[in-house]
Write a protein that binds this ligand. Structure first.
Ligand code: FNR
Length: 185
């Protein structure tokens, strides 16, 4: 059966460049892979009381259960104020609890940051990696992917305009597939 990659996007914006990039990456995944976008905007902010009292919001429970289906996780995110957007950090936090039942533990991952500017989301990329170290997500080291000037990468339909970018994104997905094969528990 095909391996499943859960794709988490750190933006809720309709015209999000990160989402367009995520979709371009998904389309370039090797044939043996089945990427699927995971919704995170519906998750209430993490509050430990709900877990301690045994009353987790239904959206948390559905997300935690759904994530069990995936062999790997791909994070595609913009940078907010030099760090990870709250919506994505919240999804990490919700998935990491109750203590000892983290959905992330041992799932191989990759991080791609996106910005319409030239700095390319380095701060978000590496802050996210900091959490992934603790969450025990074996995270692909190379190729690194800091995607800048994102507005120029897509046409109006969201298709990539540049063959070099397409080749680079394809290479990322192929390398990630190998990474997951080698690092799956
Ligand atoms: C931003 N933006 C931004 N860009 C960046 O490169 N570094 C940053 O630190 C920030 N900080 C930041 C904070 C907040 C609150 C917002 C709303 C935006 C700009 C950001 O990259 C731009 O809005 C992107 O288009 C967001 O990504 P999506 O939604 O296109 O995926």
């Amino acid at each position: 059966s095909k391996k499943k990659i859960g794709v988490l996007v750190g933006s809720l914006r309709k015209e999000s460049f990160s989402r367009k990039l995520a979709r371009a990456l998904m389309a370039l995944a090797p044939a043996a892979w089945e990427p699927e976008e995971i919704e995170i905007g519906q998750l209430p902010l993490y509050n430990q009381d709900f877990d301690d009292e045994g009353t987790p919001p239904a959206a948390w429970t559905a997300f935690r259960q759904h994530m069990q289906n995936f062999d790997a996780v791909l994070f595609v995110t913009p940078e907010y104020n030099r760090s990870v957007p709250a919506v994505l950090k919240n999804a990490l936090d919700v998935g990491s609890r109750p203590y000892g039942q983290s959905i992330w533990d041992g799932k191989p991952g990759a991080v791609i940051s996106v910005s319409p500017g030239a700095l390319s989301g380095f701060g978000a990329n590496h802050h996210l990696r900091q959490s992934l170290v603790f969450l025990n997500v074996p995270t692909m080291q190379q190729p690194e992917a800091y995607i800048g000037n994102a507005a120029e990468l897509f046409d109006d339909s969201g298709a990539l305009t540049n063959e070099n970018t397409r080749q680079f994104l394809k290479k990322i997905m192929e390398t990630f597939a190998n990474w997951v094969e080698k690092n799956s528990i």
